[in-house]
Each structure stands twice: as structure tokens, then as C-alpha cells.
Design a binder for this molecule. Sequence first.
Ligand code: DC
Length: 231
Amino acid sequence: MNKITIAIDGFSSTGKSTVAKRLAKTLGYIYVDSGAMYRAVTLYAMQNGFIETDYFNKDRLIAQLDCIQIGFVFNEALGFAEVYLNGDNVEKQIRTLEVSQFVSQIATVSEIREQLVLQQQNFGKDKGVVMDGRDIGTVVFPDAELKLFMTATAEQRAQRRYDELVERGDEVDYEDVLKNVQSRDHIDSTREDSPLTMADDAIKIDNSNLNLEEQFELVYKLAKDKISECN
Ligand code: DC
């Protein structure tokens, strides 16, 4: 059976990765969380003092891009691939609010985007991939057979993100999470290089009023229909 490429883009905290992970598992496809790659580069920049509040030494980070190795290793127990930065599992560290506060700035840098996009295209070269992000349907895989664009209100997305952080045991304030969601929306959609926009041939899914199960059923049906069309 021919495999297809599935691109899932959209605003932050729209539940893209939850649905993408489950879809990939159900279809037997590879799942790639492209946002995790931008987060890993951000963590590297933080660890090396290249980015702090009101300070970003872009040139030093660009000069060290070749020293940053990002990989995914499948964790059987969790059922998904975890992110590694230069050999260390950083899956937990990249999800903090601190990384979220810097990541959009890192993602504006064209030199970083170019490298990560090449890696992402390589992950998907044999098709059979579900990748989520901001520019997957527009830049990484403009020829993807199925493109989805997920959206929901900023308040609903902030509440979901807040619940996730609290569940992990992080001490956070809802207003800070909402501000972060709104600020990332703004930076992600207005940056010059590969801004977050919906591809012309993408299907828009507003999941404000869908629970996880309803959302998955909808996306799974779209994927099955597209796969049948391609076989
Ligand atoms: O999906 P996420 O929230 O983990 O992504 C983190 C940030 O990375 C997001 O604010 C924008 C950036 N990003 C991007 O610019 N392009 C992608 N394909 C994925 C993420």
C-alpha cells in the first residue's frame, strides 16, 4: 500500500502533537514533532548563555550550529520518540515555560530553519510520516498529500497548556501561560521567514469544541480517505 505524507500545522497548544502521535501510531507511520527540534536548539542556546531575557547572541549560536545534534529515539514504554540533544534525552527539559518563552525568537533565525528543514525533509523522504509544526505544509512538504491546519481560541489553548504544566508538577500562573501563547502566536505568524500560515490546500480544523476523541476520529477519517485515494 502506498504511504502518504501528512502535514499538521497550526497555532501553539492546539493539540497537534497529541493527534499526530496517535494518528502515526494507528497508521504505522513515523511521527516527527518539528517543534521539539526548535525547542532543542533553544535549550542548547540557553545552556550556553546565548539567549537570556533581553539578550540573544544570534551570531554565536549560528557559528555553533554544526555542534548541535538532534535525534529522536523511540521509547517503547511511552509509545513515542523522545528528543535527544547531543546524546542527552531532553524530552522533559524542552517542555518548560522558560524554553517556550525563548523558542519563537530562535525560530525566526533563517540559518537555523534551513538546517532543521533539511533534517525534517530527510525524516520524511520515504513518506509514511506524520509531522506537526508551523511550516510543514507550506515549506517542509509542500507536496504532502494531506495537510491539516489546527486552530482554537487562545484562551482554550492556554488552559490546555496550563493543565499540562500543572500535571507535570510545574508551578505556573494561567495568565503567564496565556501571555506566552499570545506572544508566540504573534511572533510565529509575523516572522519574515516561513511565517505560520495555512497552505491553500490545507483543511482547517477548529477544535475549540472537539474533545480529543472527536478530533482524532475526524483526522483519522481524513487520513484513511486520502490513503484510499492514493492507492
Ligand atoms: O509546536 P511547539 O509549540 O512545540 O513549537 C515551538 C516553537 O517552535 C513555536 O513557537 C514555533 C517554532 N516552530 C516553527 O517555527 N516551525 C515549526 N515547524 C515548528 C515549530
